[in-house]
Write a protein that binds this ligand. Structure first.
Ligand SMILES: [Fe+2]
Length: 619
């Protein structure tokens, strides 16, 4: 007996474990596709979805969605499954849903055009007078060249773009970062420089002996200068960055590529996190790892003074090491992407997502990517290092929690003898894994093996005075705990503030301070965001903005000059139209109400980017 229109049943094809409340997991890609249709708004019953609550056909109750580690694999649980009477999913039904509601697809592997000449936007609504400056964003834009292609989306060649806002008008331009990597690749008309997820060989015809010789020069990898992740300010200079020892200075006005800067000339760091912190004096703080000196592997926090480089020298010439933290395992340092900073402390999460230095050294010869040398160790704990900025030493308490993978820290602050920090965390390294271009193609239009990120709050007590077994967290507003196990050792458990969010930004004037609001991409269903969200950490309330058939990039909060309220300002985000012929727009939202103030429409098929930096006109 087939499935009648509007009929909903539990699937009987795959027995559900009791703790799933009778609702089952999708075991294969075909079925996952159907599940996706149930959760992406393309399903009739979910078309009126509001936030994470889905409307369901009358007469049935909903189960909350969750992800869990089950049988060694992360599987998404369904709220409801659509099946025919035999207990199998109806592909016909799925196709009907698709025809009726369509699917939004973002082609991650599509090469994008650059638009180096300024394009004037068509502005709808009124851009606030005080909003003057430039939003520069960075992300991968070119994924294949000649007969070669990158394996991973993060590997794509850096395409910078900027929105210049002046007197209510907006101009747009974009330009590829023309570093050594870009120039070598273009000259050869193929990918000849390796990226994290793609090992490239300059001459594929070379025999094994010449490969061995080249291998020797790759033992300590000479990394790429394809800086496609973020924009960092050192001194008065702006740089495109990824996470290697190279950054590229850029001209923010024209997006022209300027000098190549090698961290290794100034500091012992081969890998540097692409997120930096700034203090009120304009000093920058970054963190890197020295992986080259075996046996001396360590993490280094360094400061680049504001205003340095004014004499024409690279600002990094004035860099000073703030402190170093030894790696807990010398040959397998942790990967990290960001860290936290308060007035008195740095927070560094040494997570069990580790780089195997020895494997990296032989990756070239073995013909595998460096990314294959990065492994998540669920059996390990996560160490949380709290470093006193005055003494430049770690506090005497060893804080740890269960295995997790963190890319982005939201904020950190001190409160009544505690350090509180909020992070976006995963149960494994599925964030990196899901961005392989083949996987993205496979997953597009299908429900994914998606490990939904959680925004978690951790609290570190600054004293471990108390009984063994006592929860040392005394703050009333959080359920995060820090239980004393023995003298100097504390087990932390985070509080989940919300889930399905990524790419967090805050009012940076509140960085390191007690804060309420964060602005994030909503990745509730898949890693590609169709909504952005304002989250209130105090009330746990969310306000969402969605524009229908579009994809949203990281929302950047710009405070109104002299504002008192934390959320007094605007949020800027770059919106990609799912129908590229219609172009995209820069969206301006009110920071308080999260309502649209204006949009600057540009007839360009934007690329999905990673991070942005706003340069106000005053600077
Ligand atoms: Fe990032």
């Amino acid at each position: 007996m087939g499935l009648k229109t509007g009929e909903w049943r539990r699937c009987r094809a795959f027995p559900a474990p009791p703790h799933h409340g009778g609702w089952q997991q999708a075991p294969a890609s075909g079925e996952r596709r159907l599940l996706r249709s149930l959760t992406d708004g393309s399903h009739p019953s979910t078309a009126q979805a509001a936030g994470s609550e889905f409307v369901h056909p009358p007469g049935n109750s909903l189960q909350p969605t969750a992800s869990s580690l089950h049988g060694g694999r992360l599987l998404r649980h369904a709220r409801c499954l659509c099946s025919n009477a035999d207990g199998h999913y109806s592909e016909l039904l799925w196709r009907n849903f698709r025809q009726r509601f369509g699917t939004m697809q973002y082609d991650y592997s599509k090469n994008r055009d650059e638009h180096p000449e300024p394009i004037k936007a068509d502005v709808n609504g009124l851009i606030p007078e005080w909003l003057q400056g430039m939003l520069i964003r960075n992300g991968p834009g070119l994924f294949s060249l000649g007969e070669t292609r990158y394996n991973h989306w993060f590997d794509g060649m850096a395409l910078l773009h900027s929105f210049t806002i002046k007197k209510g008008e907006v101009t747009y331009r974009s330009k590829y970062l023309q570093g050594d990597t870009y120039n070598s690749n273009m000259q050869a008309n193929r990918i000849v420089v390796s990226e994290m997820g793609t090992m490239a060989y300059p001459d594929p015809c070379k025999n094994i002996f010449s490969k061995v010789i080249t291998f020797l020069s790759h033992t300590i990898p000479d990394f790429t200068d394809n800086c496609a992740n973020n924009i960092i300010k050192y001194g008065n200079d702006y740089h495109a960055t990824s996470e290697t020892n190279y950054i590229r200075k850029i001209d923010p006005m024209t997006l022209e590529t300027q000098e190549k800067v090698d961290y290794l000339k100034y500091l012992p760091v081969n890998i540097v996190a692409s997120h930096t912190h700034y203090d009120k004096e304009g000093n920058s703080y970054s963190m890197g790892t020295c992986i080259a000196e075996k046996g001396k592997t360590k993490y280094t926090l360094f400061k680049v003074p504001g205003g340095s480089g004014s004499d024409g020298s690279p600002p990094l010439k004035s860099a000073e090491v703030v402190c170093t933290v030894p790696c807990r395992s010398l040959l397998t340092p942790s990967y990290y992407h960001s860290f936290g900073m308060t007035d008195n402390y740095f927070v560094f999460i040494e997570q069990p997502l580790k780089l195997d230095v020895l494997k990296m050294a032989t990756a070239y010869l073995r013909g595998v990517s460096w990314a294959s040398c990065m492994k998540f160790h669920p059996e390990d704990s996560t160490l949380i290092h709290l470093i006193d900025r005055k003494t430049k030493k770690e506090v005497g308490i060893k804080f740890y929690t269960g295995a997790m993978a963190v890319y982005h820290q939201v904020n950190a602050f001190e409160d009544d003898g505690h350090v509180v920090f909020d992070v976006i965390c995963y149960d494994d390294n599925s964030l990196y894994e899901m961005f392989y271009l083949d996987k993205l193609k496979e997953q597009m239009g299908a429900d994914t093996m998606y490990c939904k990120p959680k925004c978690k709050r951790f609290v570190l007590p600054l004293s471990d005075m108390g009984e063994t077994g006592e929860d040392l967290v005394k703050l009333k507003y959080t359920t995060a705990s820090a239980v004393k196990e023995k003298e100097g050792k504390v087990l932390c458990q985070g509080e989940v503030l919300c889930d399905g969010v990524e790419l967090p930004r805050i009012n940076y004037n509140f960085n390191g301070k007690k804060y309420r609001y964060s602005y994030m991409c909503c990745v509730d269903i898949s890693p590609v965001a169709t909504k952005i969200v304002k989250f209130d950490a105090e009330t746990k309330q969310k306000i969402e903005w969605t524009g229908g058939d579009c994809f949203a990039s990281e929302p950047v909060f710009i405070p109104r000059p002299d504002a008192v309220d934390e959320d007094d300002g605007v949020v800027l985000t770059c919106i990609i139209n799912a129908k590229p012929v219609q172009g995209g727009f820069l969206l301006v939202l009110d920071g308080k109400s999260f309502k649209e103030v204006s949009r600057a429409c540009i007839d360009v098929d934007f690329h999905m980017d990673m991070h942005g930096y706003f340069i106000p006109d005053s600077s």
